[in-house]
Design a protein. Structure first.
Length: 293
């Protein structure tokens, strides 16, 4: 039998050797001093897919706001939390002195945590990564849309009406979003209240909007729809829910301000994507190479 380095060369054999040396222990979750596995959030794997996606951002043409372009996105499969981070989950991070406390400290632990900023969400992701040994992060906007599946509400944004009056354009956007809001529960609801989509993701596009790590991009288009200027602002981030909004990183209560257009989100919360660890990525690549051999 050929050795791996004969078939694939030394650069590929080295990762295989590292995996063999690490052994099964590298594939197990980290344990604390007492031998108890740490908290591991429930996740689902969203399969790879190609879909149409309207880019997030602020787009303008001839001085008027227009919707972002509709593009084809090829999204790889990824692992995402089944539920939004709960009050109880977040409270552990607060108790350990890493995360900033929330205003509604008496909220039941089964509720999704709300009143959290982008900075709060990233602090929790860093804490959880350290706690579990996995890599946790906020999703990109297109990943969130992919995970939402049929629950995603097409971003209305600024209508391409050509109306030069910004007040009328803003009111039209507000009215569309107010229609979505009618009949919706105003307070955060316990996990599972908004059902499950085809990917097994719960409560997505309910009444808790979710932070993404996608920065606000302002783009100017020419008459043919081709970008002529583009500026990215990574102090303002896309939040996704029953409509898309742009919020400053420090905003915890969307009704108090921020950069949302039209009706503000009801509440701000989050869920995280779990990235594979280094040895898991190497194993995937190794299996791919072996299948191709």
């Amino acid at each position: 039998m050929d050795m791996p380095f004969r078939r694939f060369g030394w650069p590929f054999a080295l990762p295989l050797a590292l995996i063999a040396a690490t052994g099964a222990a590298a594939l197990l979750p980290l344990r604390d001093a007492g031998g108890t596995p740490p908290f591991q959030p429930q996740t689902v794997t969203v399969p790879a897919a190609t879909f149409q996606h309207r880019l997030a951002g602020e787009y303008s043409r001839d001085g008027l706001p227009v919707r972002g372009p509709l593009v084809e996105i090829r999204s790889s499969g990824f692992e995402i939390m089944t539920y939004q981070v709960s009050v109880a989950d977040y409270a552990v991070c607060v108790a350990e002195g890493v995360c900033k406390g929330i205003d509604n400290v008496s909220a039941p632990g089964t509720l999704p945590v709300t009143g959290v900023s982008y900075a709060d969400a990233t602090s929790y992701a860093e804490w959880l990564s350290h706690k579990t040994g996995a890599n946790w992060r906020l999703p990109d906007s297109h990943e969130w849309v992919h995970a939402a599946g049929s629950r995603f509400v097409e971003d209305q944004g600024a209508p391409d009406s050509g109306d030069p009056n910004p007040a009328r354009r803003w009111l039209a956007s507000y009215e569309r979003e107010a229609e979505l809001k009618s009949g919706r529960a105003q307070k955060p609801q316990p996990a599972g209240s908004f059902g499950t989509n085809e990917h097994g993701v719960h409560d997505i596009a309910g009444n808790v909007w979710e932070w993404t790590r996608t920065c606000l991009t302002r783009v100017t288009l020419n008459a043919a729809g081709v970008p002529v200027t583009e500026a990215k602002t990574c102090g303002i981030y896309v939040v996704e829910g029953q409509h898309r909004a742009m919020m400053s990183f420090f905003i915890r209560n969307p009704k108090s301000g921020g950069c949302s257009v039209g009706a503000p989100p009801d509440h701000l919360g989050f869920r995280l994507v779990k990235e594979p660890r280094w040895h898991e990525r190497i194993l995937v690549r190794a299996r791919q190479r072996l299948r191709l051999a």
